[in-house]
Design a protein around this ligand. Structure first.
Ligand SMILES: Cc1cc2nc3c(=O)[nH]c(=O)nc-3n(C[C@H](O)[C@H](O)[C@H](O)COP(=O)(O)O)c2cc1C
Length: 444
């Protein structure tokens, strides 16, 4: 991460904040204000109560994410989908043993930036913490994001969703009466960050995806307490274990959808070792902002693209902007009913996401919902081109009851009648230079 931040700084893309900033609300307020003005990363140099610098908004920009994928041709979804294929079929070891960094410093949770983001949040949260754990039966590593509430000098409370691999690891450890050793990684390389945000099939080592993205094996050292394979480039590492048969109240917390998730009994991590590299940068992520949504949208779009192109012809591109539970698919229609088949596959692709699926043709910008809606409304009967599916389990939020349906909108032209919907053009438009024609306001 630090190399990436340095490169962005050299390119003049990094914003810095030198004045002292309060980690309670002020840091989040400045972040949000800066995000309203653009997608540039921000480095807070002086956060009260900690010696660590805080970086945020690193992953907020779709073009920056695109630059992280080594395949440079074609849409992001297709390029990232090819990385998933490569990771799942990788035979070479994805990691390489490395010595622990020589500059590691050890301290307490209270030495880290304890950032409170929203008015009703129960306390400070680590929002960019990636949980590293090994499958208790096979030893396969998994990386996943889980918000972590700071609850005491050596206690964090984690929320594990129903569909997460970590939840399955923890359940099996718990059934055996064991705690689950974990390491929270804060401030990792972009490749590890993206791999952690990606769901891969059970049994696939998520470091394989990081290695494919980085184009090289990930250097890992053995965590001094947990023995877990910690990427050597990680800025901050919190080692400990998730306690079996122990749940304590966590939340409320202002979550990804923009609302507070209520207080609920959740998992408890007993913290045993906290280390960071000299001059460490701590990664803070404002939940529900572009930095949260852009990677989530990009990763989900790739997964849907892959599922679709394995099963159906004519798939051009997929976008999950402007909110990750919406999925817009661009197709080259091949037969009557093609769009409807697309929706069925999309709804099957991920139980948690894809609540709304819109299908468009190549003449519509799939990342522009205004254009998508215009196509839907102007290209045929809205009633006949809407698919409503009720009572199908949805997003794994703490309260699930509102997320149990799906809607599909077919915004393609009626098959065989495409000529009736030729988009009108004004000849010569592109050649017009307004300064050749317009002058300011004089009336003769
Ligand atoms: C930047 C980012 C942050 C995320 N934060 C969370 C989170 O705090 N809690 C959560 O349940 N899911 C979060 N997710 C969604 C998924 O849980 C995440 O992709 C998960 O790591 C998938 O891992 P798994 O399939 O190995 O369980 C986040 C995804 C991204 C890309």
């Amino acid at each position: 991460m630090r190399e990436w931040v340095n490169r962005l700084a050299e390119a003049g893309d990094l914003l810095t904040v030198d004045r002292a900033v309060d980690p309670r609300f002020e840091l989040a307020a400045v972040t949000k204000r800066a995000q309203q003005a653009g997608n540039r990363p921000i480095l807070f140099r002086n956060v009260k109560g900690t010696r660590l610098e805080v970086v945020t908004n690193l992953f907020a920009d779709a073009r920056r994410l695109r630059s992280l994928v080594p395949v440079k041709e074609g849409p992001f979804a297709a390029a990232y989908a090819s990385m998933l294929d490569a990771a799942e079929s990788r035979v070479a070891a994805p990691t390489r043993e490395a010595p622990a960094p020589g500059d590691l410093q050890q301290g307490q949770l209270s030495d880290l930036p304890l950032i409170t983001y929203h008015e009703r949040d129960a306390g400070p949260y680590f929002t960019a913490a990636i949980v590293l754990a090994l499958d208790p039966d096979t030893g396969v590593p998994n990386l996943s994001f889980h918000r972590a509430m700071h609850a005491g000098p050596r206690e964090l409370r984690l929320r594990l969703g129903d569909s997460h691999d970590l939840t399955d690891y923890q359940r099996r450890a718990e059934e055996a009466g064991q705690s689950l050793p974990v390491a929270l990684l804060i401030g990792v390389s972009p490749a590890v960050f993206m791999a952690a945000g990606t769901h891969l099939p059970a049994g696939v080592d998520e470091y394989a995806l990081a290695a494919e993205l980085a184009g090289k094996r990930v250097d890992v050292y053995s965590g001094a307490h947990s023995g877990l394979p910690v990427p050597a480039a990680t800025e901050v590492v919190i080692e400990g274990r998730i306690l079996p048969a122990e749940r304590r109240l966590e939340g409320p917390f202002g979550e990804v959808l923009g609302y507070y998730v209520p207080e609920a009994p959740n998992h408890v991590m007993d913290v045993e070792r906290v280390t960071w590299r000299r001059d460490a940068m701590f990664h803070s992520l404002l939940c529900g902002s572009r930095e949260d949504l852009a990677p989530l949208e990009a990763i989900n779009a790739a997964r849907v693209y892959r599922d679709l192109s394995r099963r159906l012809p004519g798939i051009v591109d997929v976008s999950c902007a402007p909110a990750f539970m919406n999925t817009t698919v661009q197709i080259r229609p091949q037969y009557r009913g093609h769009a409807r088949d697309v929706m069925e596959v999309v709804f099957d692709s991920h139980a948690d996401y894809n609540q709304l699926c819109c299908v468009v043709e190549e003449d519509v910008d799939l990342s522009d919902m205004n254009a998508v809606m215009h196509a839907f409304i102007t290209r045929g009967r809205v009633d006949a081109r809407t698919l409503v599916i009720s009572d199908r389990a949805g997003f794994y939020r703490d309260t699930q009851s509102d997320f149990v349906g799906r809607v599909g909108l077919d915004a393609t032209r009626p098959f065989g009648r495409e000529d009736e919907f030729v988009v009108k053009e004004v000849p010569g438009l592109d050649a017009v230079r307004l300064e050749d024609y317009l002058t300011r306001g004089k009336r003769m």
